[in-house]
Design a protein around this ligand. Structure first.
Ligand SMILES: [Zn+2]
Length: 523
């Protein structure tokens, strides 16, 4: 990439930037001319500008006085499915013009403009007549992948709504468009389900291992009310980010079992986990009441979340209890299953049908493919590949749509940034470069099979995140790197260019009060 293309130090880098020698001189108060249906996008843009820059914008009916002119017209690049997000941003000598086919495309353009304005400095600072200037340029842009996401584990560590909104806004700055909300796990159940009040009364209350050395009263309010979730959803929707809820099943179920011990194979006693790991006690697959609870949870999220997807987990479920449980064995016999592996597939297909009953499409971790040789999974089941790319490759060959988030692909952001005992994180080193170099399209797939890959996402598990700041430190700048890896085609990526731009982009992270890792980007 040449220097012109690094103009404005944008992340993710646009597909095309053409600069000219002219400058657009403007005032900090900007008038925006736009169609009525875009007033929400402009309002969010203004909110973002006011939060971290000297700029403001307001709508005007008078095109002649506008310094930003927005037109809903047509996108120009990209394949059919991602084209809806394309935009053109022209900085002319008298105005900035944005054209896009959809409101999402316009919003992407505004986020590019937000990045430019965040680093726009006045040439005559201190003057009461201060004005600002931007180099004139034409940017044409559209994403390579339609699914560009991040996951936050709010079960292991409960994060408040204010922090989730902060991350959603940071994700919008990077043009990410999906937030995967991990709401249930062994260490806590975070969503009220009307018919099962104990899920909150008991299941949301865990001993916090960070406080074991002090007098500690477990938090009783570590869950999101339905109103809070709707608030998060609309905040994200205003930023063109879809919120996808995850209800983990049938493993990672300690919080459910502590609340309703009769739903486990042994009957307990169980407790909400204060430890980390994979636990043998899972939901009893032979107990219809366990399926009823899961259905009530699915119905609840289906009613709250407008997203067309519900994530039904499926990962890390030991089968040891099922081996000796009379109810589970009776189910295997009644359903003519080969054994406990197929019993999990049976639950997956059952719950996928429940998700479909409420009008949604299921997503599952790649374990949902295990033991399914003789059990047909619904064809619309989306597979999230995390144990490497293998699951994604197999799913794609079996014509399932796939979201890539492999641990070995730089997508697990709870892993340490570099090999240094002083660095926080679990498991293997994941450098910023590793995240940057990630491509969700495995070479093992044919061109046709690659069409099943929707994109990818960065996952932040929170076992070791003792504070919001630590969560930020693990996310950034690897999430910046991933945002570009999912925005650009592999051939257009350039790590040297990214590293240069990142030096300036860090100023933006500072303006948003985001803590980030500052060490070497590569080992
Ligand atoms: Zn059982």
């Amino acid at each position: 990439m040449n220097k012109t293309e690094n103009l404005f130090n944008l992340v993710p880098q646009p597909v095309s930037i053409k600069a000219s020698d002219a400058y657009f001189i403007f005032q900090p108060q900007m008038a925006v001319f736009c169609p009525d249906e875009l007033q929400g996008e402009v309002a969010v843009f203004n909110e973002q500008l006011e939060a971290s820059t000297p700029f403001k914008c307001r709508r005007t009916e008078n095109k002649a006085e506008a310094s930003i002119i927005i037109e809903l017209t047509g996108g120009s690049c990209g394949s059919e499915n991602v084209n809806a997000e394309a935009y053109k941003l022209t900085i002319g000598e008298s105005a900035v013009t944005i054209s896009a086919k959809t409101a999402h495309g316009v919003f992407n353009a505004l986020e590019t403009l937000r990045q430019i304005l965040m680093c726009c400095k006045t040439p005559n600072k201190g003057s009461p007549f201060a004005h600002y200037s931007m180099q004139c340029a034409e940017i044409e842009d559209c994403p390579r992948f339609e699914w560009r996401g991040f996951m936050l584990d709010c079960a292991r560590t409960f994060f408040p709504v204010s922090f989730i909104k902060k991350l959603i806004d940071a994700a919008a700055l990077h043009k990410l468009n999906h937030f995967h909300w991990h709401l249930t796990d062994d260490q806590g159940w975070r969503i009220p389900v009307a018919e099962y009040p104990k899920l909150i009364e008991i299941g949301s209350v865990a001993p916090d291992p960070r406080h074991q050395l002090r007098d500690y009263t477990p938090k009783k309010d570590a869950f999101y009310t339905h109103e809070q979730m709707k608030d998060v959803i609309s905040y994200a929707a205003a930023r063109h980010i879809m919120v996808v809820p995850e209800i983990e099943m049938p493993g990672h179920a300690s919080a459910i079992l502590a609340s309703y011990p009769e739903l486990g194979c042994t009957g307990g006693p169980y407790a909400v986990e204060g430890r980390w790991g994979i636990f043998d006690d899972v939901l009893c697959a032979g107990n219809d009441d366990a399926l009823k609870l899961l259905e009530a949870a699915v119905k609840t999220v289906a009613e709250i979340f407008p997203a067309p997807f519900i994530h039904i987990g499926g990962d890390e479920c030991p089968h040891v209890r099922w081996e000796t449980c009379p109810k589970c064995q009776a189910r295997i016999k009644a359903e003519k299953l080969d054994g406990v592996d197929q019993l999990q597939s049976w639950i997956t297909s059952k719950m996928a049908a429940v998700v479909a009953k409420y009008g949604k499409t299921p997503i599952g971790w790649d374990e949902v493919l295990d033991g399914t040789e003789n059990i047909a999974l619904p064809q619309d089941l989306v597979v999230m590949s995390w144990r490497g790319a293998k699951g994604g490759i197999e799913a794609s060959k079996r014509h399932h749509r796939v979201i890539m988030a492999p641990t070995d692909g730089g997508c697990y952001l709870d892993y340490p940034h570099l090999s240094d005992p002083a660095e926080p994180g679990l498991q293997s080193v994941t450098t910023v470069r590793k995240s940057y170099d990630y491509s969700p399209l495995p070479d093992a797939l044919s061109e046709e099979e690659k069409l099943n890959i929707l994109g990818g996402q960065g996952n932040l598990w929170s076992e070791l995140l003792s504070s919001q700041k630590l969560a930020e430190y693990m996310l950034f700048p690897r999430l910046c790197a991933l945002s570009e890896a999912l925005w650009l085609d592999k051939k257009d990526k350039d790590f040297e260019s990214f590293s240069e731009r990142l030096k300036v982009h860090k100023e933006r992270l500072d303006m948003l009060n985001l803590l980030y890792y500052r060490g070497p980007l590569d080992e």
